[in-house]
Write a protein that binds this ligand. Structure first.
Ligand code: GDP
Length: 458
């Protein structure tokens, strides 16, 4: 649900003062940092459960001519209309209403967006303010405030909450009793069926019911006692029923079958199974691509680790690898090189035959599944994006650079982040992956895909 409140108004009416007052910050550090141009300054207002935006930085191109200021204000208003659930339109009580104010008011009225009119600089005596002209803006009853001295602050806070409705209870993370759906995907013979069998037989797992059978895929409920001693219900979505038919099929056919079963769509976390001896193949890459396309979190499972162990035991060194650890490290590196498009997925080396680290694989799924419910605070998200775009700026295409004004999370499973940007067509796939990897890193979301929803300049 959108709980974004944008402050708009022509220059010098006191927008950033008001922003800081509502944010309970004493001074504006935000606009005064040299070298940092921030288009939109945002902060999360915890007690109101909303995000406040100061749009005053949008649209300046180094010129202070009246025409340039008018153009910038218009851009700010368009941005606010596109983003906000509520707009605070600030006018200057001492200066009076200008032509630009009237123009902004007209645009806001036409937009149909909820607007609260705020008369700022109503410091001490109201006689100085010509309320008649304020009413003529046609935006209803104005709120008289003094951002400087705090007059009207609590009324303004109350008006914002009244307009937005009270903050919803923090959404309960998914019901922990809802079974976590997993499936094994991978090319033939990597050990998907063996791993499924292992899970259903392991003494740490209790198969709790008779498998419920849908037409194609089978759902096998089981319980897993996690590292924390808690019991976690799982659903294994198994495609064993179609195995015979697909064993010889090409990966493309295999996948069209799997997709028709909606196995991936049904799952919360996908286990992509790889073969420890064979390494990452082109087929593995194609299959991983399918899971990525579905925006599902992926845990990379390298199976048949017992064979690697045995090779070292029997042959000592195993050219060109010096040790089991060396093998593991090189495998992991090759894996990330080839599957660079997966979002920093955890890698677990297991053996279906010996049961080695199978528990860790399930613990990883529990952890990833929990992360999928994370809420990314808007202000922190914007700081992260700002950091990432400053560290490695997007490439300029035709002299124009992709630029993010503001980001906000709009959903979970998968993470959806709306990016308000200058030109949506200019986010290259490579840069999108860079942003995804950066956010995964910043918020500790290893394995969770992030979907960016781009909103270009209105
Ligand atoms: P699927 O086609 O991915 O379901 O693969 P299967 O589970 O049918 O396994 C293919 C072959 O690999 C079988 O011969 C299994 O016995 C063998 N296999 C599976 N997992 C392991 C493992 O962890 N270690 C070893 N040594 N062999 C395995």
């Amino acid at each position: 649900m959108n709980r974004t409140v944008a402050i708009v108004g022509r220059p010098n009416v006191g927008k950033s003062r008001l922003f800081n007052r509502l944010a309970r910050k004493r001074i504006s550090i935000v606009h005064d940092q040299p070298g940092v141009t921030r288009d939109v300054v945002s902060t999360d207002i915890a007690d109101g459960g909303y995000t406040l935006l100061d749009t005053g930085g949008i649209g300046y191109r180094g010129s202070d001519t009246p025409a340039a200021l008018t153009a910038a204000s218009e851009e700010q208003v368009e941005f606010a209309i596109a983003t906000a659930a509520l707009i605070l339109f600030v006018v200057d009580g001492l200066d009076g209403i200008s032509g630009l104010d009237a123009k902004i008011a007209e645009r806001l009225r036409k937009s149909g967006k909820p607007v609260r009119l705020v008369v700022n600089k109503a410091d001490f005596d109201d006689e100085k303010i010509d309320l008649a002209e304020v009413y003529r803006l046609g935006l209803g009853e104005p709120l008289r405030v003094s951002a400087e001295h705090g007059r009207g602050e609590s009324e303004l806070r109350a008006a914002i909450i009244e307009a937005l409705g009270t903050a919803p209870e923090i959404e309960e993370a998914r019901d922990p009793q809802k079974p976590l759906g997993v499936c094994f995907i991978g090319r033939p013979n990597v050990g998907k069926s063996s791993l499924s069998n292992r899970l259903l037989q392991s003494d740490r797992l209790i198969v709790s019911e008779v498998p419920g059978t849908t037409r194609d895929a089978i759902e096998l409920p089981f319980e897993f006692i996690g590292r924390d001693g808690k019991s976690y219900p799982f659903r294994l979505i198994d495609t064993a029923g179609i195995k015979a038919a697909t064993k010889l099929a090409s990966p493309v056919e295999y996948f069209s079958r799997l997709r028709s079963l909606d196995a991936i769509k049904e799952t919360d976390v996908v286990f992509l199974v790889l073969d420890a001896l064979e390494g990452v193949t082109q087929q593995d890459k194609a299959i991983a691509g399918e899971a990525v396309k579905e925006h599902k979190p992926i845990v990379l499972v390298v199976n048949k680790w017992d064979l690697v162990k045995r090779a070292f035991k029997e042959r000592g060194a195993f050219e060109p690898y010096k040790s089991e650890r060396d093998y593991r490290e090189k495998y992991e590196k090759a894996l990330f090189d080839r599957l660079y498009f997966t979002p920093g997925s955890p890698v677990i080396f297991v053996s279906a035959v010996s049961g080695y680290e199978v528990d860790r694989m399930l613990n990883a799924a529990v952890k990833v599944n929990r992360m999928m419910d994370a809420k990314l605070p808007t202000a922190k998200l914007n700081r992260a994006i700002e950091f990432l775009t400053e560290r490695t700026p997007p490439p300029a295409i035709g002299g124009k650079r992709f630029r993010v004004y503001y980001a906000t999370q709009t959903g979970n499973r998968p993470f959806r982040i709306r990016l308000f940007c200058n030109r949506e067509e200019q986010l290259s796939e490579q840069y999108r992956r860079y942003l995804e990897a950066g956010l995964v890193d910043e918020f500790g979301l290893a394995g969770c895909p992030i979907y960016f929803d781009l909103v270009g300049k209105p």
